[in-house]
Design a protein around this ligand. Structure first.
Ligand code: BES
Ligand code: MN
Ligand code: ZN
Length: 496
């Protein structure tokens, strides 16, 4: 799929399909007005006959409109003219993409960047358009046998912008392509089943990224973890036949020696709960418990592709959480790399166990800041549902920076408290800390657990349990929060 930025006037346009907006009450966008006069009022007549109401997300595909070179004109509804906001704009893009995808057109021109969208720039509109097209065309990795479903016919898409915006639109297009590439990598890894996507497989994928892009990869093995004293990570791994891996990916786009941003991703390639076994219903979805890891790989890929002037390190603790004769048991006490002892009261609270050792490990990089990304708690899904990722931080400016990036990327977060008041829920009679905090505020106490290991740097935690994948008929990875992370890093690099 090729995207180009152009400023071609509609009367000169020869693409197989022109896409233009119309509002409710038969109001035409600037391009639709031009097409209407080129066609001697043909569009106006069609709208008058009531074939398209202009509601956001509605669409009408017309063929051989008189006076227009292009074979097709696709009209998409933008909603009420004075209410065009991000949300209605996104549903219009959605409609444009799905109709384009099923039309036979191989070249199309989008005239959807001339209208003013409340609080959003042309660059944002371009980015969202590219992401919508890429998402529409995404096909999950092929594990179904049988004939391939016919491919999409659309090969080229021209994004038509005012000439003055051409340069910034091209940059927005590049950003969106890198985000889409990173998110697709994350989706593919997330969707793979646990028997294929093992810790070893994740490590191989990281090594592949390091072969293709200017990124360095190092993989620590069980014996390395033993030497480092990673008793918490190894405790989770001991219930599985798959060897654990600690993956370290380094991208040096910034000055030598400049403190890096470190991303830590939870890489549980299957979470059965361990001896505290999960119920059977929907347990298959615990193959997505490595979505944090996948988002780190996708984000590093995007950073390298964009050549961001920033040093970024991705760290992925990875293993399975299974019940086994050698698995950890409720009541077991282990010593983490930090030296703190942990009473494992529930073996299903394993994410925080592997993360705490990774969070101690990253101190060696003297990070500027650390963000961990984890499908950490079912409680976060109860709190925020599937729209926002939970955001926890020991640093208000960092939290604000992440919230801004999430809004800009339309991959949003919602800040949750990390008050000391919650910490006592983690008290243990036998060890320094228990690994669960009871039912109340489960996502907060999980974050509190992590906060005990992140005292030496600026840190934020993203609980993506509700946002990393979709269930039911649409089951599949969303690739989130790659858009948020790439936006964060791009803005962070630009601010330096
Ligand atoms: N990976 C799960 C969290 C999860 C559950 C994400 C369901 C998405 C959907 C995590 O390892 C886990 O099992 N957490 C427990 C913690 C509890 C034992 C304190 C949970 O949320 O139930
Ligand atoms: Mn678990
Ligand atoms: Zn888990």
């Amino acid at each position: 799929m090729e995207f180009t930025i152009k400023s071609t006037q509609p009367e000169k346009q020869r693409a197989a399909c022109i896409v233009a907006g119309v509002y409710e009450s038969r109001q035409l966008s600037a391009t639709a007005q031009q097409l209407d006069s080129l066609s001697n009022g043909y569009l106006g007549k069609i709208l008058a006959s009531g074939d398209l109401d202009g509601k956001a997300g509605s669409s009408l595909l017309l063929h051989h409109v008189p006076g227009i070179h292009s074979e097709r004109v696709l009209l998409v509804g933008l909603g009420k003219a004075n209410e065009l906001d991000g949300k209605s704009y996104l549903s219009a893009l959605q409609a444009a993409c799905s109709t384009l995808g099923s039309s036979g057109a191989s070249i199309a021109a989008l005239y959807l960047f001339e209208e003013t969208v409340a609080l959003r720039s042309v660059e944002w509109q371009i980015e969202q358009a590219v992401l919508a097209v890429r998402a529409q065309r995404f096909v999950p990795g092929k594990l179904k046998t049988g004939p391939d479903t016919p491919g999409h016919t659309l090969k080229k898409l021209a994004l038509i912008v005012p000439a003055a915006s051409a340069k910034s639109a091209a940059a927005a297009c590049d950003l969106a392509q890198a985000i889409a590439d990173g998110a697709e990598l994350a989706k593919d890894l997330g969707n793979l089943p646990g028997n294929i996507c093992t810790p070893t497989y994740l490590a191989e994928q990281a090594q592949k990224i390091a072969r293709d892009l200017p990124v360095k990869c190092e993989v620590l093995e069980r014996k390395d973890m033993e030497k480092l004293g990673m008793g918490a990570l190894l405790a989770v791994a001991q219930g599985s036949r798959q060897p654990p891996k600690l993956i370290v990916l380094q991208y040096q786009g910034g000055k030598r020696g400049a403190a890096p941003v470190v991303l830590v991703g939870k890489g549980i390639t299957f979470d059965a709960g361990g001896i505290s076994l999960k119920p059977a219903a929907e347990m298959d979805e615990m193959k997505y418990d490595m979505s944090g890891a996948a988002s780190v790989l996708g984000t590093l890929r995007a950073c390298a592709q964009l050549k961001l002037p920033l040093n970024v390190i991705g760290v992925i603790p990875s293993c399975e959480n299974l019940p086994d004769g050698l698995a950890i048991k409720p009541g077991d006490i282990v010593t983490s790399m930090s030296g703190k002892t942990i009473e494992i009261l529930n073996t299903d609270a394993e994410g925080r166990l592997i993360l705490c050792d990774a969070l101690t490990y990253v101190e060696r990089f003297h990070p500027e800041l650390v963000i961990d990304i984890a499908t950490l708690t079912g409680a976060c899904v109860i709190a925020l549902g599937h729209h926002a990722s939970g955001l926890f931080s020991n640093d208000d400016p960092l939290a604000a920076e992440i919230e801004r990036a999430g809004n800009a990327a339309h991959d949003r977060t919602w800040r949750m408290p990390l008050w000391d008041d919650y910490q006592s829920q983690l008290d243990s009679n036998f060890a320094d800390i228990g690994n669960i905090g009871g039912r109340p505020a489960g996502s907060v106490t999980a974050a509190c657990f992590l906060s005990r290991f992140t005292k030496n740097y600026r840190w934020a935690h993203l609980d993506i349990a509700g946002t990393a994948w979709k269930s039911g008929k649409e089951k599949g990875s969303t690739g989130r929060p790659v858009p948020l992370l790439v936006h964060f890093l791009a803005a962070h690099a630009a601010a330096k």
